[in-house]
Design a protein around this ligand. Structure first.
Ligand SMILES: Cc1ncc(COP(=O)(O)O)c(C=O)c1O
Length: 445
C-alpha cells in the first residue's frame, strides 16, 4: 500500500516561505514541523469532499479537515453554491445585508443560550470580542480562563504569569513578545475540573472578575455536575460565564456542548466549522450580557461580509437537513473501533480514546520519550500511505465507511511497523524527519 510520494515542491515552497513569511505559515499548527517535515505535504492545491491534492500532485484522505474548519466536506456543493450566488449579488455592500438578521435568527434558534448575536471572522477574534463585551458589561477587568482562546493580547498576556519554558502553559519556547506587560494579571488560567482552584481565584480577585471563560469540553465529556458548579461559582461572584465552543461546537450537537449538557453560559464564542471553510465567527449570548455592547466600540468593515454570512447560514441549515448528529456519533465510533482493531491486530500498546467527534491515539509506551517518536512515525507513515492525519481524527460528513476502511488498513500496516521498531529497540531509525516537537499545550485536552 506504501507509495513513493515526493513532497519536493511542498518543501521548496516552504523554503521560499521561510524567506518571506516570518514563522513560515499563518497558523502555527500548519508548520511543517507539526507533522513529518520532508515526508508529509505542506501545501495543498485543491480539496473536495474528504480528500485533498498537494502541490506535488499526491492525493490524501484528509483526517484533519482544515484544522476542524470544514464539517460537511471540502468544497461542499450546497454551501459553495450559496456562496457563489451571493458573490454574484455582491460579497460586500455599502449597506448592511439582510443575511445578518437571518443568520442571527438561525443562531438564536440553534444555540440554547443565544438571545443576541455579534459577528467576527475567526475564533481568536470572537474570543477577543467576547472579552471586550464581558468586561464592558460587568465593568470589571479580570478574566479567569481555561482553554485555548487565540492569539490576542487579552489572552496571551497570561503567558507573563508563568515561565513559558516551565512546561506549564501554553507554548514552551514561544513567548508573549509584543504583548503589553501591563496586561499581566488581567487574564488568569485555572485548571479544568479543579473547582477549588476556581473558587480560590474568584475569592482572591473578589469584585474584579468579569468572566469565567472556558472550553466546556474537548476530547472527553465534562465530569458530572462540573459545568453546573462552574456556572454557580461564577454567578455567586457576579461574573459571567463564557463557553468557547469554537472547537467543540457543532459536531457532537449542532447546539454545542451547552445543548448536550443543558448548562447554558451567558456568552458563547463560535467560529471554525460554523461556515464550512469560510471566514466567519459569532459571539452569542443572553440579552443581559450582550445588549450593553451597543454602547461599546466593537466595529469592523468585514464583519458584514456576505460570503461568510451565506456560508454560515447554509452550513447550519445543511447540518440540520443532513441529520448530522447521528452521523458524527456513528462515524466517530467507527473510527475508534477501526483504529482499536488495527492496534489489537499488531499488539502495539496504544488505544484510540475520546469523544466520537474527536477520537485520539494515546500511546502507552514504557519510555515516555518514545511517544513523540511513535507519534511522528505514525504521521509520517500514514502520509506515505495517502492519509493526512495527526494523532487525532476528525471526519466530515463527506467521509464514508469505505474511507474509514482505508484509514484502518493503512493504520494496521503502520502500527505493525511501529511495533517492529519498538521490539527491536530501533523505532527512531524508522523516522525520516525530526520527531514532532510539541510546543502547544492545551489547558483542556
Ligand atoms: C477553543 C478555541 N478557541 C479559539 C481558537 C482560535 O481560533 P482561530 O484560530 O480561528 O483564531 C481555537 C483554535 O484552535 C480554538 O480551538
Amino acid at each position: 500500500m506504501s507509495v513513493g510520494r515526493s513532497v519536493e515542491r511542498s518543501m521548496k515552497m516552504y523554503q521560499r516561505a521561510g524567506e518571506l513569511i516570518p514563522g513560515w505559515t499563518q497558523l502555527i499548527s500548519r508548520r511543517a514541523s507539526q507533522f513529518a517535515s520532508g515526508v508529509s505535504p505542506v501545501y495543498a492545491e485543491r480539496a473536495k469532499g474528504a480528500r485533498f491534492t498537494d502541490v506535488d500532485g499526491n492525493e490524501y484522505l484528509d483526517m484533519m479537515n482544515a484544522v476542524s474548519a470544514v464539517i460537511l466536506g471540502h468544497a461542499d456543493d450546497v454551501v459553495d453554491g450559496a456562496v457563489k450566488e451571493q458573490i454574484d449579488r455582491g460579497s460586500m455592500y455599502t449597506l448592511n445585508g439582510p443575511l445578518e438578521i437571518e443568520l442571527a435568527e438561525e443562531l438564536v434558534d440553534t444555540i440554547p443560550s443565544a438571545e443576541m448575536v455579534r459577528y467576527a471572522k475567526a475564533g481568536g477574534e470572537t474570543c477577543a470580542l467576547a472579552a471586550r463585551i464581558v468586561r464592558g458589561t460587568t465593568g470589571k477587568d479580570i478574566i479567569l480562563f481555561c482553554g485555548y482562546h487565540g492569539w490576542h493580547d487579552w489572552y496571551q498576556s497570561a503567558n507573563y504569569l508563568v515561565d513559558p519554558e516551565s512546561g506549564e502553559y501554553p507554548f514552551a519556547g514561544i513567548e508573549p513578545i509584543g504583548v503589553p506587560r501591563v496586561l499581566a494579571g488581567t487574564a488568569v488560567p485555572f485548571t479544568y475540573g479543579d473547582l477549588d482552584m476556581l473558587s480560590d481565584l474568584l475569592k482572591k480577585y473578589e469584585g474584579q472578575v468579569a468572566a469565567v471563560m472556558m472550553e466546556p469540553a474537548r476530547s472527553e465529556l465534562p465530569p458530572p455536575g462540573y459545568l453546573e458548579s462552574v456556572k454557580r461559582l461564577a454567578h455567586e461572584h457576579d461574573a459571567l460565564l463564557v463557553f468557547d465552543e469554537v472547537s467543540c461546537g457543532w459536531r457532537l450537537r449542532i447546539g454545542g456542548i451547552q445543548e448536550l449538557t443543558g448548562v447554558t453560559p451567558d456568552v458563547t464564542t463560535l467560529a471554525k466549522a460554523m461556515s464550512n471553510g469560510y471566514a466567519m465567527g459569532a459571539v452569542v449570548g443572553s440579552r443581559d450580557a450582550m445588549a450593553p455592547a451597543a454602547a461599546m466600540f466593537v466595529s469592523s468593515t468585514f464583519w458584514s461580509d456576505n460570503v461568510g454570512l451565506a456560508a454560515a447560514l447554509t452550513t447550519i441549515r445543511e447540518l440540520k437537513r443532513r441529520n448530522s448528529e447521528p452521523f458524527f456519533d456513528s462515524m466517530g465510533e467507527l473510527v475508534k473501533k477501526t483504529i482499536n482493531d488495527a492496534l489489537a491486530s499488531t499488539g502495539l500498546p496504544a488505544a484510540c480514546v475520546g469523544l466520537s467527534y474527536n477520537p485520539a491515539l494515546s500511546f502507552d509506551l514504557p519510555d515516555p520519550e518514545l511517544i513523540p517518536i511513535a507519534s511522528t512515525l505514525f504521521v509520517q507513515e500514514m502520509s506515505r500511505r495517502g492519509i493526512f492525519t495527526a494523532t487525532s481524527f476528525r471526519v466530515t460528513m463527506a467521509h464514508t465507511e469505505k474511507d474509514i476502511r482505508q484509514l484502518g488498513e493503512a493504520a494496521a500496516e503502520v502500527f505493525a511497523l511501529i511495533k517492529s521498531g519498538l521490539d527491536r529497540g530501533s523505532m527512531a531509525d524508522l523516522l525520516e524527519c525530526d520527531p514532532k516537537k510539541e510546543p502547544f499545550r492545551r489547558l483542556v485536552r
